[in-house]
Every structure is written in structure tokens, then in C-alpha cells.
Design a protein around this ligand. Structure first.
Ligand SMILES: Cc1cc2nc3c(=O)[nH]c(=O)nc-3n(C[C@H](O)[C@H](O)[C@H](O)COP(=O)(O)OP(=O)(O)OC[C@H]3O[C@@H](n4cnc5c(N)ncnc54)[C@H](O)[C@@H]3O)c2cc1C
Length: 413
């Protein structure tokens, strides 16, 4: 198939690149993000002529802001169970063929300094830009051509397995790799074009929803937030059968911190999550014991052994706080209504999605080959990275999925 060069001008909405140049490509990668850059360099290493298109002005914008600018680029403990998907087996093949160790080897070879943080998370010690430079250098070394400022604004679909661009309906490459990511952070260029392309090919798209997102509290639940904002402590959070124990952070609008981000990917709108602010400690049992051992000790003092002062003050009725244990009926030692729950430890919230780090849902993995990332119904059409219905936990899992899936497609396009 012929693939003339694509102009690099910024395209007006609903227009497509004009293909007038005789230069041809074997592979067009849509999206110069984590998965697209990995796929492009791998394909180019195999001698494929690769063109990467992106409407951003420079590559890897999400990589650059990931991990607060230091990029949590992978995790030492990558496991399929750390990924959410309608098809939980799908990620296994790619993750085992291009592993965290494979990516780490590249990082080391590129001379990028990194550090291990808690839970096996690996971060750059310099900046995330170094990763983008590493990927770009790899692409350029193998002749990948880039066109930035080029927006694919509309996809008119295709017929009988042939991909066509609007307005010319001219087939332009043997392979199109959709590496357009998820919907989060539209401010830096995220779009839903990947989902549109999948739908045109009659592939199902599981409803995209925000993942790894802080919770906003409303009404009574938000009443004490101005006092609590800034407090961070370890907590266990539960949603159905799923449970995480990590830090929670009270913010002016609600709850954040790793434990909240983790559970948010599992959470369904309108449902409550349970937050245990004293994981592993039987508070009532402890109070009962203390009541016998130190009956003259004030309730506030006992609770301060476990909770920050501001939290104790918010969760205890004022008149209770200064009473001696002996005079406090144990049953009243609960967080106050309506957030009160069993043992005074569970804290149901009505969370609302705000700014998500990733998008859950996406292109149905059942329609894609887990080996090649090619759409089963559309030879030559590939999906990699976050656009697929694969969402990793917080901790470097999403970037590793982008590297692994991009690498796999790069071996076949
Ligand atoms: C603030 C933030 C912090 C994060 N931190 C981490 C972290 O530390 N560790 C981790 O593992 N994950 C992190 N993530 C998630 C991670 O960045 C993504 O999962 C990953 O970048 C997905 O890679 P991708 O290649 O699928 O998509 P992306 O990297 O998002 O790349 C998609 C590309 O497609 C382009 N594009 C989109 N639509 C069009 C269009 N219509 N036409 C042309 N081009 C288009 C975009 O401009 C973009 O360059 C973070 C995400 C955010 C938002």
C-alpha cells in the first residue's frame, strides 16, 4: 500500500493530513506517547519504515509529568493481578515478553539514574524528560519519522479490512498503530479518537471511566474537611472484596493519597467505600482495656496515641474528649453521625471522580490478539497502551503496560 508523507501543519478539526509526498511508510503510529514511541522504535529496528503522528508539539507529554516529573516508570513487582480488565488474562503475554527488567536494562544503558521507593516503585532521580529523550534517541537512530502538530480529528472508518483516511479515502500504510492513550488530562492532548477508531471497526469499547483519582466528598461527609485538610495517615480502604492499606490524605475537597487512588479504579459511581483509619487495631477492645487499666486517663489522650490531634477533635464530641475513660460509655466512642460506622473505624464516603491519572475501560481486549496487539477483525490495525481496557495499579504499572504492549506490537507491525 502507498503511504505518502503527511504534512506537519496543525489540521483543522474534521480534516485529515494531505498526502502528497511520494515518501511511503510501512507503519503509521498514532500517538507519540509511551506505548507509541516504544512500538515505533521496535518496528524501525526491524527495518520497517515508521511514521509517528501526534497533535502535540512534542512527544511524551504524559511521561514528562508522570510521577510528579520524576516518572514512576516501572515496578519491581509487576504482576497480572495488578491490572484491571474485562479480560484479566490479556495482559499476561505482553508483560512476560517485555518485562520490567527489560525496560530497566534500557534505562541503565541510557545512563539514567533511578531510585527504588516503597512497594518496588522505580523513579528517575533526575527528570522524566530523560526517559522521553531515551525513547526518542532510539527512534531517531532507526530512522523513525515524526510529524507533530498533526491531529487526527475524525475517523471515517474503513471497509473490508482496509484502513482509509478522510478526505481522500486513500490507504496509506500496511499497519496503523493506535497509541492515543486514555481520556485523562485532556489539557495536554488526551482525546477519545482511539475509541472512535475501535468503534468504527466494530470493536467494543468498555465504558471509559476515571481511574487513580482523588475522591471529592459532599454534604455531611465534607463538613470537617477544612479542619482535616493536610492530615495523612495509614488507612485501609475497602470496596466490595477489594482492599488496600496505604496512606490516605485529607484534602480541602475530599480524600486523596495512594490508598484512595488505588481504590478509585475499582469504585463505581454512587457506591460507598469504607475507610478504616486504624487498620489492624481493635479500637473498642483497646478502649475497654484502657478503661480498666487507666480509668482516670482522658479519652482524648488515649486516642492521641493512635490519631493526629485534629482528627481526634473532629471525630469526638467536644464534651466527650475531656472526659475520663471511666465516665465514657464505650458505645459512644464512635465517629459522629452520619459518617459513623461500626467500631468507629469505618468511614463511608460518597466519592466523586475529579482529576484522574488514568482511564479505566477502553478497547475490549477480547477483540485484540494478546500476542501481537492486532485487532482480530481488522488486519493491520493495532491498539497499544492505555487505549486498551487495561488499567494498572498506582506504582509504575501503567507505564510498564505501555512499554510492554508497545514492544509486542513493534515485533509484528
Ligand atoms: C499526571 C499523571 C501522572 C502519571 N504518573 C504515572 C506514573 O508515575 N507511573 C505510571 O506508570 N503511570 C503514570 N501515569 C499514567 C501513564 O502516564 C499513562 O498510562 C501512559 O502514558 C499511557 O501511555 P500511552 O502511550 O497509552 O498514552 P499517552 O502516553 O497518553 O500518549 C498518547 C499520545 O497520543 C496523542 N494523541 C491523542 N489523541 C490524538 C489525536 N486525535 N491525534 C493525534 N495525536 C493524539 C497524545 O498527544 C499523546 O502524545 C500518569 C498519568 C498522569 C496523567
Amino acid at each position: 500500500m502507498r503511504c505518502p508523507k503527511i504534512s506537519s501543519r496543525v489540521l483543522a478539526p474534521a480534516t485529515f493530513p494531505t498526502m502528497t509526498d511520494p515518501e511511503t511508510f510501512d507503519v503509521v503510529v498514532l500517538g507519540a506517547g509511551a506505548s507509541g514511541l516504544m512500538c515505533a522504535s521496535e518496528a524501525a529496528k526491524r527495518g520497517r519504515r515508521v511514521l509517528v503522528l501526534d497533535h502535540a508539539k512534542k512527544p511524551g507529554l504524559k511521561i514528562r509529568i508522570s510521577g510528579g516529573g520524576r516518572s514512576n516508570f516501572t515496578n519491581l513487582d509487576i504482576q497480572p493481578k495488578c491490572y484491571l480488565s474485562g479480560n484479566p488474562h490479556f495482559c499476561k503475554s505482553a508483560l512476560s515478553r517485555f518485562t520490567q527488567w527489560d525496560f530497566l536494562e534500557r534505562v541503565v544503558q541510557a545512563g539514567i539514574q533511578y531510585e527504588e521507593r516503597s512497594h518496588g516503585q522505580l523513579f528517575c532521580t533526575g527528570t522524566a524528560n530523560e526517559l522521553v529523550e531515551m525513547l526518542m534517541a532510539d527512534c531517531r537512530r532507526h530512522g523513525v519519522v515524526f510529524r507533530f502538530g498533526t491531529k487526527l480529528a475524525r475517523w471515517r472508518g474503513a471497509a473490508k479490512g482496509r484502513m482509509r483516511w478522510e478526505p481522500r479515502w486513500a490507504p496509506f500504510a500496511t499497519s496503523l498503530v493506535v497509541a492515543t492513550g486514555g481520556l485523562s488530562y485532556a489539557s495536554i492532548g488526551a482525546t477519545g479518537i482511539g475509541y472512535d477508531i475501535a468503534r468504527k471497526w466494530e470493536s467494543a469499547v468498555l465504558e471509559p471511566t476515571p481511574g487513580l483519582v482523588p475522591f471529592t466528598l459532599r454534604g455531611q461527609d465534607s463538613r470537617d474537611l477544612p479542619t482535616l485538610a493536610g492530615i495523612a495517615l495509614q488507612a485501609t480502604v475497602n470496596f466490595g472484596e477489594v482492599s488496600f492499606t496505604e496512606n490516605v490524605l485529607f484534602t480541602h475537597r475530599g480524600l486523596s493519597g495512594p490508598v484512595i487512588l488505588q481504590i478509585s479504579s475499582y469504585w463505581s459511581a454512587g457506591q460507598a467505600v469504607l475507610l478504616d483509619l486504624l487498620p489492624g487495631v481493635d479500637l473498642f477492645g483497646h478502649l475497654k482495656t484502657q478503661r480498666v487499666r487507666q480509668p482516670l486517663k482522658m479519652l482524648r489522650t488515649v486516642l492521641l496515641d493512635h490519631f493526629p490531634k485534629r482528627l481526634v477533635e473532629v471525630f469526638l464530641e467536644v464534651d466527650l474528649a475531656d472526659r475520663k475513660l471511666l465516665t465514657v460509655p464505650i458505645a459512644t466512642c464512635k465517629k459522629r453521625p452520619p459518617t459513623a460506622s461500626r467500631n468507629g473505624r469505618l468511614f463511608p464516603v460518597e466519592p466523586k471522580a475529579k482529576q484522574a491519572e488514568v482511564t479505566c475501560g477502553g478497547v475490549d481486549c477480547d477483540a485484540i490478539s494478546s500476542k501481537t496487539m492486532e485487532a482480530k477483525a481488522a488486519p493491520g490495525l493495532y491498539f497499544v497502551g492505555e487505549v486498551l481496557d487495561i488499567t494498572g495499579w498506582l506504582g509504575g504499572y501503567n507505564l510498564q503496560w505501555a512499554w510492554s504492549s508497545g514492544w509486542c506490537a513493534g515485533q509484528y507491525v
